[in-house]
Design a protein. Structure first.
Length: 162
Protein backbone atom coordinates (compact mmCIF):
# COMPACT_ATOMS: atom_id res chain seq x y z
CA UNK A 1 0.00 0.00 0.00
CA UNK A 2 1.24 3.46 -0.79
CA UNK A 3 1.42 5.82 2.16
CA UNK A 4 0.82 8.87 -0.07
CA UNK A 5 -2.87 7.97 -0.26
CA UNK A 6 -3.39 8.13 3.49
CA UNK A 7 -3.69 11.22 5.62
CA UNK A 8 -5.59 9.72 8.55
CA UNK A 9 -3.11 8.49 11.19
CA UNK A 10 -5.33 5.49 11.93
CA UNK A 11 -5.15 4.39 8.29
CA UNK A 12 -1.41 4.93 8.22
CA UNK A 13 -0.91 2.78 11.32
CA UNK A 14 -3.31 0.14 9.92
CA UNK A 15 -1.12 0.02 6.80
CA UNK A 16 1.93 -0.45 9.04
CA UNK A 17 0.18 -3.32 10.84
CA UNK A 18 -0.78 -5.01 7.56
CA UNK A 19 2.78 -4.67 6.24
CA UNK A 20 4.23 -6.10 9.45
CA UNK A 21 1.76 -8.99 9.34
CA UNK A 22 2.69 -9.87 5.75
CA UNK A 23 6.38 -9.51 6.55
CA UNK A 24 6.14 -11.79 9.58
CA UNK A 25 4.25 -14.45 7.62
CA UNK A 26 6.84 -14.33 4.83
CA UNK A 27 9.71 -14.37 7.32
CA UNK A 28 8.27 -17.42 9.03
CA UNK A 29 8.10 -19.27 5.70
CA UNK A 30 11.65 -18.24 4.80
CA UNK A 31 12.97 -19.34 8.19
CA UNK A 32 11.24 -22.72 7.82
CA UNK A 33 12.58 -23.26 4.28
CA UNK A 34 16.12 -22.23 5.18
CA UNK A 35 16.13 -24.32 8.36
CA UNK A 36 15.05 -27.35 6.32
CA UNK A 37 17.82 -26.62 3.83
CA UNK A 38 20.42 -26.34 6.60
CA UNK A 39 19.20 -29.63 8.09
CA UNK A 40 19.34 -31.37 4.67
CA UNK A 41 22.82 -29.98 3.98
CA UNK A 42 24.17 -31.31 7.26
CA UNK A 43 27.95 -31.22 7.56
CA UNK A 44 28.55 -31.31 3.79
CA UNK A 45 26.70 -28.34 2.23
CA UNK A 46 26.84 -27.90 -1.53
CA UNK A 47 28.19 -24.74 -3.14
CA UNK A 48 24.64 -23.46 -3.64
CA UNK A 49 23.87 -24.19 0.04
CA UNK A 50 26.94 -22.22 1.16
CA UNK A 51 25.94 -19.34 -1.13
CA UNK A 52 22.42 -19.33 0.33
CA UNK A 53 23.74 -19.44 3.90
CA UNK A 54 26.06 -16.51 3.22
CA UNK A 55 23.22 -14.62 1.58
CA UNK A 56 21.16 -14.94 4.78
CA UNK A 57 23.52 -12.73 6.76
CA UNK A 58 24.39 -10.33 3.96
CA UNK A 59 20.79 -9.54 3.03
CA UNK A 60 19.88 -8.79 6.65
CA UNK A 61 22.70 -6.26 6.89
CA UNK A 62 21.70 -4.65 3.59
CA UNK A 63 18.00 -4.48 4.52
CA UNK A 64 18.78 -3.08 7.98
CA UNK A 65 21.09 -0.47 6.44
CA UNK A 66 18.47 0.54 3.86
CA UNK A 67 15.77 0.67 6.54
CA UNK A 68 17.88 2.87 8.80
CA UNK A 69 18.74 5.25 5.97
CA UNK A 70 15.10 5.45 4.87
CA UNK A 71 13.92 6.18 8.40
CA UNK A 72 16.56 8.86 8.98
CA UNK A 73 15.69 10.48 5.65
CA UNK A 74 11.96 10.45 6.44
CA UNK A 75 12.63 11.71 9.97
CA UNK A 76 14.71 14.53 8.59
CA UNK A 77 12.22 15.59 5.93
CA UNK A 78 8.95 15.14 7.81
CA UNK A 79 9.22 14.91 11.56
CA UNK A 80 11.49 17.92 12.00
CA UNK A 81 9.31 20.09 9.77
CA UNK A 82 6.14 19.15 11.64
CA UNK A 83 7.81 19.60 15.03
CA UNK A 84 9.21 22.97 13.94
CA UNK A 85 5.73 24.07 12.81
CA UNK A 86 4.18 22.96 16.12
CA UNK A 87 6.79 24.88 18.15
CA UNK A 88 6.35 27.99 15.98
CA UNK A 89 2.57 27.93 16.52
CA UNK A 90 3.02 27.26 20.23
CA UNK A 91 5.34 30.26 20.52
CA UNK A 92 2.92 32.45 18.59
CA UNK A 93 0.29 31.31 21.09
CA UNK A 94 2.50 32.59 23.89
CA UNK A 95 2.76 35.95 22.16
CA UNK A 96 -1.01 36.02 21.66
CA UNK A 97 -1.59 35.13 25.33
CA UNK A 98 0.77 37.89 26.47
CA UNK A 99 -0.93 40.33 24.09
CA UNK A 100 -4.34 39.34 25.47
CA UNK A 101 -3.11 39.84 29.04
CA UNK A 102 -1.84 43.32 28.21
CA UNK A 103 -4.86 44.47 26.19
CA UNK A 104 -5.95 48.00 26.98
CA UNK A 105 -9.45 47.89 25.51
CA UNK A 106 -12.26 45.41 25.05
CA UNK A 107 -11.88 45.52 21.26
CA UNK A 108 -8.16 44.88 21.55
CA UNK A 109 -8.83 42.01 23.97
CA UNK A 110 -11.28 40.44 21.50
CA UNK A 111 -8.73 40.69 18.69
CA UNK A 112 -6.00 39.13 20.85
CA UNK A 113 -8.38 36.39 22.09
CA UNK A 114 -9.20 35.50 18.49
CA UNK A 115 -5.47 35.38 17.66
CA UNK A 116 -4.91 33.13 20.67
CA UNK A 117 -7.69 30.77 19.56
CA UNK A 118 -6.31 30.63 16.01
CA UNK A 119 -2.83 29.90 17.31
CA UNK A 120 -4.13 27.14 19.60
CA UNK A 121 -6.00 25.54 16.69
CA UNK A 122 -2.90 25.66 14.45
CA UNK A 123 -0.76 24.18 17.22
CA UNK A 124 -3.23 21.34 17.79
CA UNK A 125 -3.35 20.59 14.06
CA UNK A 126 0.46 20.52 13.81
CA UNK A 127 0.78 18.25 16.84
CA UNK A 128 -1.83 15.85 15.45
CA UNK A 129 0.31 15.51 12.32
CA UNK A 130 3.13 14.05 14.43
CA UNK A 131 1.34 10.67 14.57
CA UNK A 132 1.05 10.56 10.79
CA UNK A 133 4.69 11.54 10.46
CA UNK A 134 5.68 8.75 12.87
CA UNK A 135 3.71 6.20 10.87
CA UNK A 136 5.40 7.33 7.67
CA UNK A 137 8.81 6.92 9.30
CA UNK A 138 7.91 3.36 10.29
CA UNK A 139 6.55 2.64 6.80
CA UNK A 140 9.81 3.79 5.20
CA UNK A 141 11.83 1.65 7.59
CA UNK A 142 9.74 -1.45 6.97
CA UNK A 143 9.78 -1.16 3.19
CA UNK A 144 13.24 -2.70 2.49
CA UNK A 145 12.82 -5.41 5.13
CA UNK A 146 9.34 -6.30 3.88
CA UNK A 147 10.56 -6.35 0.28
CA UNK A 148 13.43 -8.72 1.10
CA UNK A 149 11.27 -11.06 3.21
CA UNK A 150 8.52 -11.38 0.59
CA UNK A 151 11.04 -11.72 -2.28
CA UNK A 152 12.87 -14.47 -0.40
CA UNK A 153 9.62 -16.30 0.22
CA UNK A 154 8.79 -16.22 -3.50
CA UNK A 155 12.33 -17.22 -4.52
CA UNK A 156 12.69 -20.07 -2.04
CA UNK A 157 9.18 -21.41 -2.63
CA UNK A 158 9.66 -21.54 -6.42
CA UNK A 159 10.41 -24.97 -7.86
CA UNK A 160 14.14 -25.64 -8.24
CA UNK A 161 13.92 -25.88 -12.04
CA UNK A 162 12.66 -22.30 -12.50
Amino acid sequence: MSSARYFNPLLLWADVAATVNEMLLSSGSVIRMRTERIARAGLAPSDSDVAEFQLMGHEKLVAASEAGAAMVNQLHTTQFAVFNRAVRHWLSGGVALFSLATSTSQAQAMTHAEALGDSAARTAAAVSQLSSAGARIVQRGLKPIHAKATANERRLAAPAGK
